[in-house]
Design a protein around this ligand. Structure first.
Ligand code: ADP
Ligand code: MG
Length: 245
């Protein structure tokens, strides 16, 4: 069964008199074990699409199903439960709490799952280990590099063992080496532990590590296979932000 299904999903925003179609009749599906990059220039609808996948927003028309269940009929409480059970989210700017240690930051989502504190610590430590940060468990965010902070954010997204991890331009605040290393980590979690990822990026260099790329252009989706490593940078039909300016 598909984890996520979009059927002719349209999202419009109204700004005063003006209506913006951010997503236009998008069909899309995510299966367990997928590693999907959503790409496209700034303003093409990537954030809108990820917010809809994560049930943080609702479509203007069309249907979204999570694990086969239509989202539209759900009450707020059921929706909150679905969200906290199904998704882990990695933010572009990490969104770590500055006064908490790495371990405490990773424990945060578990408070919603109501577990004994010792169990929360054990699970958070395991998640930190899986991103290679055991040694830094007691460090606060300002004592970590950007790459390490984003790894803490990955551990925090993993800790509830969600069905799907969503990340909106997770490498945007990172230098190239840290960005590549983050994508390699995500890929490793995907192949070794079948963690499903859907993330957005407009960085061409990252796309060669991705098995499936979908491209948004003015809110419309076209699917493509990821470029093979040796072809990357040559003839990939993707738009970079520099062309948009
Ligand atoms: P991307 O993440 O690819 O840059 P977005 O999903 O943020 O694209 O935006 C897609 C389109 O929808 C843009 O034209 C943007 O201006 C518009 N948009 C996004 N969010 C809102 C909002 N809350 N209100 C009005 N327009 C919005
Ligand atoms: Mg965006």
């Amino acid at each position: 069964m598909n984890l996520v299904e979009f059927e002719s999903v349209t999202k419009r925003y109204r700004l005063g008199e003006v209506e913006v179609t951010a997503l236009d009749s998008v069909d899309f599906a995510v299966r367990k074990g997928d590693f999907v990059a959503i790409t496209g220039p700034s303003g093409s609808g990537k954030t809108t699409m990820l917010n809809l996948v994560g049930c943080l927003d609702s479509p203007t028309s069309g249907e979204i199903r999570i694990s086969g269940q239509p989202v539209s009929g759900l009450e707020d409480r059921a929706l909150d439960q679905l969200r906290s059970r199904s998704f882990g989210i990695i933010f572009q700017n990490f969104n770590l709490v500055p006064v908490l240690t790495a371990l405490e930051n990773v424990m945060l989502p578990l408070y919603l799952h109501r577990q004994p504190r010792a169990e929360m610590r054990r699970r958070a430590a395991a998640a930190l280990a899986s991103v290679g940060l055991t040694r830094f468990a007691d460090f606060r965010p300002d004592q970590l590099s950007g790459g390490q902070r984003q790894r803490v954010a990955v551990a925090r997204a993993l800790v509830t063992e969600p069905k799907l991890i969503l990340a909106d331009e997770p490498t945007a605040s990172l230098d190239t080496a840290s960005a590549l290393s983050l994508v390699e980590l995500m890929k490793q979690l995907n192949t070794e532990r079948q963690v499903t990822f859907v993330f957005s990026t407009h960085d061409q260099r990252l796309l060669q590590h991705v098995s499936r790329v979908v491209e948004l252009r003015d809110g419309q989706l076209s699917s493509g296979k990821a470029p093979r490593a040796e072809e990357a940078g040559a003839t990939i039909p993707l738009t970079s932000d520099s062309e948009v300016a």
